[in-house]
Design a protein around this ligand. Sequence first.
Ligand code: TYC
Length: 103
Amino acid sequence: MTSKSHTDHGVLEATRTKTRKPQLYKVWLLNDDYTTMEFVVQILESVFNKAPAEAHRIMMQVHTQGRGVCGGYTYEVAETKIAKTQELARREGFPLQAALEEE
Ligand code: TYC
């Protein structure tokens, strides 16, 4: 635009090309009989940034119900958290598994 008419007060409408919410993915933690409760709480605190009480709550939910949600993340972040979880678990010899689900 090179000039403004008397009805144009110079307010530009924002374009909305980057305002869509990204697809989120739930990360589930799965129960098993061998991974220690302490280790699962540690993972929830260090990988999923949970406060101690929340980490304990999620761990107990997985333990009693078979699985529990650690959070909703973009695909890349979810994949990275799953990879970190499994790397730390393998290093300790635990079979702990995490899985991703479209929200
Ligand atoms: N069931 C395990 C135990 O009794 C604890 C556990 C909790 C394991 C959550 C995995 O994702 C898990 N030691």
